[in-house]
Design a protein around this ligand. Sequence first.
Ligand code: GFB
Length: 321
Amino acid sequence: MSEPTVFVAGHRGMVGSAIVRRLQALGGVRLLTASRAELDLGSQAAVQAFFAAHRIDHVVLAAAKVGGIHANNTYPAEFIYENLMIQANVIHAAHTAGVQRLLFLGSSCIYPRMAPQPMREDALLTGTLECTNEPYAIAKIAGIKLCESYNRQHGRDYRSVMPTNLYGPGDNFHPDNSHVIPALIRRFHEAARAEAPEVVVWGSGTPMREFLHVDDMAAASVHVMNLPAADYQAHTQPMLSHINVGTGVDCTIRELAEAVARVTGFRGALRFDASKPDGTPRKLMDVSRLKALGWEARIGLEDGLRDAYRWFLANYTEARL
Ligand code: GFB
């Protein structure tokens, strides 16, 4: 029996590259990837042609237009358009090519801004979304519904995982468009080297966030993708098919900033800039579905931050700045 071919869409990104590392470590599959130059996932014709030209058994859809609160707030049209196009093109082409199993990666921002905490999967579509990332959230909700619709109408086994805030090797360290952890690692690193007396942290410092290291996300993704269909279906419903992925532990942005200061060796003061948005007050994931399916996070925040900082220092010159 030849090894199944797994197409990882978005293999160069932080999550996609972690999933490639995980699949390579486990072995037993043939990996198929395509660079942006080789395959424009925003083009339906190009994606259809790619699937027609290759025998693909499984798809991991890790490609997305992603960014932090400032990027989402500044480029809403790009976030909704590019993510809708990537998802629609890949999921439809997978179906027309006869691919039976696909894993779609979404985000914890799909839940209502004021969802009861921790957020259970059935909180989806029960309230208004956080305004700073609503376009992205709508696109990700559409991705879940695309998978469910092809499952219901065509008998596909297209699965969805919704990670909390991710960080780690391969992250985007852009000072403005990145997520909070890479943004603070870069800023605290530069402040520590300059022996600056203080460093700015956006917002009030009071919002709470849950953070999952990308290697844990990759392990959870491969775990969910490899589950027997009966197990996956036993813990989900046809129209509530997604699974939360997180640590089940959160902290305030202030506590995060204090941890980043310890890891980077910054000894100055923190100054919170209230002119910057806080975003959702809290978005802790209920991960009981994933636990029932046999997976729990292993990498704690302090260890994870040290790993991310090590990667940053080794790649600072090339890190996507
Ligand atoms: O990670 P982040 O940009 O995204 O911001 P969200 C998290 C929190 O960190 C917010 C604060 O309360 C920010 O105000 N923060 C403090 C900072 N300093 C900084 C900084 O220098 N940079 C950034 N970026 N934040 C994202 C969504 O929301 O969550 C995405 O916008 C995605 O679409 C992602 O869903 C998982 O957690 O607020």
